[in-house]
Design a protein around this ligand. Structure first.
Ligand code: GFB
Length: 317
């Protein structure tokens, strides 16, 4: 990626897109193209067509997506499927039509089968049933990934995809019901501390295992891969991005409790879904290419809590 190239970051206001913009700016990329969703609705084909014809970006980071935690995914499967399918098909299709040199699609580790071997290598995609709570989102992401592969095969493009572990960090969504576990618990422990509450409720049994990646580390991996990885290197496969480490939800809750400074007890509400029991990414492919994460979980939670405190009052975008 040349420093003067036109680089479109789709979804630049979201947690991932904003981290990629920060990383590109730090590396002095001069022409970052951005559009807020109010200015450009990526679900509308003719709008996307016009935007690509006008701007002619050379590189695209496709971070725009409808995302959410386990309850949002289960409650709004139709929206998760429609919005993500439309955004991806429109953007990737127009990229190919207008000759974008390289495109990166951002997905998630939930695309792999619920009972995949652990840690999950890229090649276990489509070898088993998906986790029901996020099937719609996973199917949309798998379609986007496969559409990139189809274009690479048919038209010789170089469109790649990355599948990160559960992300967290600045600009996260702290909505009490719709967010992911880490920001949800930061908010819940913080509010409990403020109210001098005796207990905080954590959903599920606390036993599922999750791998968490600080979003600035993901952004660094994305720019690294955009520069050092092409679809032909690994035969059209996606690339996992994670730490290779996991914690139980119970352990995560204890860590957040410590960082926030809450002194009461933790209660588990087993009437809420646990979701997939485990989803640890096999990150050997990325390690072989020469990238490793920097931010350990406790340090990352401290940074995320600082972001939460700075944005107090902002709960959902
Ligand atoms: O973060 P989360 O919603 O995502 O939930 P998933 C992870 C685990 O944390 C589940 C538990 O076992 C939840 O039961 N949990 C405990 C909580 N307390 C809470 C809470 O207050 N809020 C939330 N949200 N969870 C999502 C997928 O799955 O992960 C998406 O639905 C996407 O498609 C995303 O892949 C990264 O890891 O279960």
């Amino acid at each position: 990626m040349e420093k003067s190239a036109g680089i479109y970051v789709a979804g630049h206001r979201g947690m991932v897109g904003s981290a990629i913009v920060r990383a590109l700016e730090a590396k002095e990329y001069a022409k970052i193209i951005k559009r807020a969703s109010k200015e450009l609705d990526l679900r509308r084909q003719e709008h996307v067509e016009r935007f690509f014809a006008d701007e002619m970006p050379e590189y695209v980071f496709l971070c725009a997506a409808k995302v959410g935690g386990i309850i949002a995914n289960s409650a709004y499967p139709a929206d998760f499927m429609y919005d993500n399918m439309m955004i991806q098909m429109n953007v990737i299709h127009e990229a190919e039509k207008t000759g974008v040199k390289k495109l990166m699609l951002l997905g998630s580790s939930c695309i792999y089968p619920r009972m995949a071997p652990q840690p999950m290598p890229e090649r276990c995609l489509l070898t088993g049933e998906l986790e029901k709570t996020n099937e719609a989102y996973a199917l949309a992401k798998i379609s986007g990934l496969k559409y990139c592969c189809c274009l690479n095969t048919q038209y010789g493009t170089d469109y790649i995809s990355v599948m990160p572990a559960n992300l967290y960090g600045p600009n996260d969504n702290y909505h009490p019901q719709h967010s992911h576990v880490l920001p949800a618990l930061i908010r819940r422990f913080h509010e409990a501390k403020d109210r001098d509450a005796k207990k905080v409720t954590v959903w599920g049994t606390g036993k599922p295992l999750r791998e968490f990646l600080y979003v600035d580390d993901l952004a660094s991996a994305c720019i690294f891969l955009m520069q050092n990885y092409g679809q032909s290197d690994l035969g059209n496969e996606t690339v996992n991005v994670g730490t290779g480490k996991e914690v139980t939800i119970g352990e995560l809750a204890e860590l957040i409790k410590k960082v926030v400074g809450f002194e009461g007890e933790i209660d588990f509400d087993a009437s809420k879904p646990d979701g997939t029991p485990r989803k640890l990414l096999d990150v050997r492919k990325l390690a072989k290419l020469g990238w490793r994460y920097k931010t350990e979980l406790e340090e990352g939670i401290r940074l995320a809590y600082r972001d939460f405190l700075q944005g107090a009052g902002r709960v959902e975008r």
